[in-house]
Design a protein around this ligand. Structure first.
Ligand code: SF4
Ligand code: SF4
Length: 335
């Protein structure tokens, strides 16, 4: 089959499997390798040491699959409004874990590609690939000043999946960059983490600090954290390209119930796992959930939350205990 016909055949398969967007990048796509290396050298990846490992593999697909000829990038829309609640969880994490949903479909697509003679490697988030620049190279959209991938139809709300393949596919036409003079994401960021257009310092980013970071949240970021217990959507919510966002068709992303934060402070590890099983929040673990919840209660709580906060003042984990001290102090000072 000709490279164009093959690409269109696979696009039809991907859309039939429930993906919302599909594109193909050339195997030696420009993934802004120099920028990535400098970002790592500047330490902007924080504790995410895995990002610093094997940069050559991340920036050259043929180091991972030597016979690779093309790179497929697919996107799945996950947008939904946040349910009314006293605190916020990033919208991508409100329901079922996207890794499972995406990987199952990617493997199905790889199965079709195998029957066409291809050898494939699929990745969702965890592989040695730079999804966002690859998605831009595959014509899905462009990387905005917040560094997120923007797509004209779905805005910023796409999960991305990547397949390296030995099949020869015609690359998709690229999308022009459409941020223009807008700086809303930079202006809206509560911690000034977008240090320049297209440059995100993860060490200042609330998504990183509440999800990836293992230690105490540095004090300068605790008040700006506001009511965000897991992740941050601020730079996405303000993006004008989200005006046309549509609700996801994936029922498994429907939000789970959000329990009262003060109740979660008294949870055991088992209760935490039981509640968040199958969602992206589970891998946070109870102690980091408590760290984040205490920070939010320090910012937004009422006197009714004080007994639950005080019960953690002598917690065996010094990080949880210190966050409880901070939360109590903030709350009492506000009362
Ligand atoms: S996720 Fe939040 S903290 Fe991180 S860059 Fe965006 S607005 Fe800033
Ligand atoms: S908010 Fe504006 S500058 Fe930021 S990504 Fe969206 S369009 Fe681009």
């Amino acid at each position: 089959m000709e490279p164009v016909a093959l690409r269109e055949r696979l696009r039809a398969e991907a859309l039939a499997m429930g993906f919302d967007v599909f594109g193909v990048a050339p195997v030696h796509a420009d993934v802004r390798a120099d920028y990535f290396r400098q970002w790592i050298a500047d330490g902007m990846h924080g504790d995410m040491d895995w990002l610093a490992k094997n940069p050559e593999r991340r920036t050259d697909a043929t180091r991972v699959l030597p016979a690779a000829r093309s790179i497929i990038v697919v996107g799945l829309n996950y947008y939904q409004p946040h349910p009314p609640a006293a605190y916020r969880i990033a919208k991508y994490a409100l329901g079922a874990d996207y890794h499972d949903v995406m990987l199952r479909r990617l493997k199905k697509l790889c199965g079709v590609m195998r029957t066409l003679g291809g050898d494939q490697k699929p990745y969702v988030d965890t592989g040695p690939v730079l999804e966002k620049p690859l998605a831009a190279e595959a014509g899905l959209g462009w990387q905005g000043k917040s560094t997120i991938l923007l797509q004209r139809g779905f805005g910023t709300w796409l999960f991305l999946g990547v397949i390296l393949t030995t099949l020869e596919l015609e690359p998709s036409p690229k999308e022009p960059h459409r941020c223009g003079t807008c700086t809303r994401c930079i202006d809206a960021c509560p911690t000034a983490a977008i240090v320049a257009p297209y440059q995100l310092d993860a060490r200042r980013c609330l998504a990183y600090l509440t999800i990836e970071h293992d230690g105490p949240i540095p004090e300068e970021f605790r008040r700006p954290l506001g009511d965000r217990v897991f992740g941050c959507d601020e730079c996405l919510d303000v993006c004008p390209w989200n005006r046309w966002a549509k609700a996801t068709q994936e029922a498994r992303f429907a939000p789970r119930a959000l329990p009262a934060l003060r109740e979660t402070l008294a949870w055991t590890d088992e209760q935490f796992v039981e509640h968040f099983r199958g969602t992206p929040v589970k891998r946070l673990g109870l102690r980091r959930w408590q760290r984040n919840a205490l920070t939010v209660l320090g910012n937004t709580g009422t006197a009714a939350d004080l007994p639950a906060i005080r019960a953690l003042l002598g917690h065996v984990d010094p990080m949880v205990a210190e966050h409880a001290v901070w939360a109590e102090r903030e709350l009492v000072a506000r009362s």
